[in-house]
Design a binder for this molecule. Structure first.
Ligand code: GH3
Ligand code: MG
Ligand code: MG
Length: 315
């Protein structure tokens, strides 16, 4: 332990110092309460104070009081050295913040017994603070895991886009915002043309690759505020806040062309041209629910398919 010994009497200070050092403790000393208090302020390693009661400048009682005020975040044991044995004195000492009393002149076995108690308490305190530290670390890990879980729960495993549940949640939220703020809102449903043929001709794995790469192309055409997710097998839903019909048309056609211009590399030398059909609808704040809004986009998609695919239709 690093022990601070406080006594104005040089000889008793030396005796106590020697006794403690002999027992292997690290000792620093001060000749009054004020000096001791300054040492406590600067040295966080001090784990025990043994102080005389009567001293000039600042006595032991005041030192106990002020140290308790100063050091609140850890347990600092304080032992008062005293020749006073009256009950009132002991009560005053305890009230000032002392933990124990050592009678003067010093009795070495008594000192040892006290040091044992202090050592036990400090061990306990250390264990407790270690446990608190472990709990804090575990809490941080848990928070990180929760963020990860939340992220996984929002995304589609194959394409990395948002999943249907999350896009629908966001759509409902954006509809509320659009109503409150009077801002425009648009949705598009994108469906890969003749996707079944990809599976049939090149296998399911190639189908998955097409879904992944087409998703990337679509995502790279969206702005940060746009919400793009996988709506079903080879269908995707885009929610576009603050977007009027003309803007929506530009984005939809850009996505359509971008997919068309990014052929997917097959396992052979060849590549595969993918095309999409897109249905769009703009949110009508005074009458739309998500169901009516999406069914308009779906009808528009149906129209795009019926009119020959690889095109954008609006309802
Ligand atoms: P259309 O142009 O009319 O949209 O025709 P289509 O062939 O694209 O549409 P259809 O609905 O007939 O077929 C969609 C196919 O998508 C059928 C299904 O097996 C396939 N599919 C759905 N989910 C996945 C997936 O996760 N991976 C793969 N490889 N295929 C999928
Ligand atoms: Mg489909
Ligand atoms: Mg399709």
């Amino acid at each position: 332990m690093k022990i601070l010994v406080v006594d104005d009497d040089r000889l008793s200070r030396r005796i106590l110092e020697m006794d403690l050092k002999k027992k292997g403790h690290d000792v620093i000393s001060a000749e009054n309460g004020e000096i001791a208090l300054n040492l406590l302020k600067s040295d966080m390693e001090i784990s025990l104070v043994i102080t005389d009661w009567n001293m000039p400048v600042m006595d032991g009682l005041e030192l106990c009081r002020k140290s308790r005020e100063l050091i609140r975040k850890r347990y600092l044991p304080m032992i008062l050295l005293t020749s006073r044995g009256e009950k009132e004195d002991l009560i005053a000492g305890l009230n000032a913040g002392a933990d124990a009393f050592l009678s003067k002149p010093l009795n070495s076995p008594e000192l040892q017994a006290h040091l044992k108690v202090v050592g036990r308490n400090l061990d306990l305190e250390k264990k407790l603070s270690d446990q608190i530290e472990e709990i804090k670390l575990a809490h941080i890990e848990l928070q990180k895991a929760n963020v990860k879980i939340e992220d996984i729960a929002r995304h589609d495993g194959l394409t990395g886009l948002f999943n249907r549940r999350y896009v629908m949640e966001r759509l409902e939220a954006e509809m509320i915002r659009s109503r409150l703020q009077g801002t425009p809102l648009g949705v598009i449903i994108i469906d890969i043309d003749h996707f079944k043929k990809v599976n049939d001709q090149f296998g399911h794995l190639m189908g998955d690759k097409v879904l992944r790469e087409t998703s990337q192309v679509m995502q790279s055409n969206a702005r940060p505020d746009d919400i793009l997710g996988r709506y079903g097998g080879e269908e995707f839903l885009g929610v576009f806040p603050n977007t009027v019909m003309e803007g929506l048309l530009v984005i939809a056609d850009r996505i359509r062309l971008s997919v068309q211009n990014n052929p997917i590399q097959l396992d052979t030398e060849e590549s595969l041209n993918i095309k999409v059909s897109i249905g769009m609808a703009c949110f009508k704040a005074d009458r739309d629910t998500s169901t009516t809004l999406l069914s308009r986009a779906d009808e528009a998609l149906y129209e795009a398919k019926k009119n020959g695919r690889n095109q954008v239709c609006f309802r």
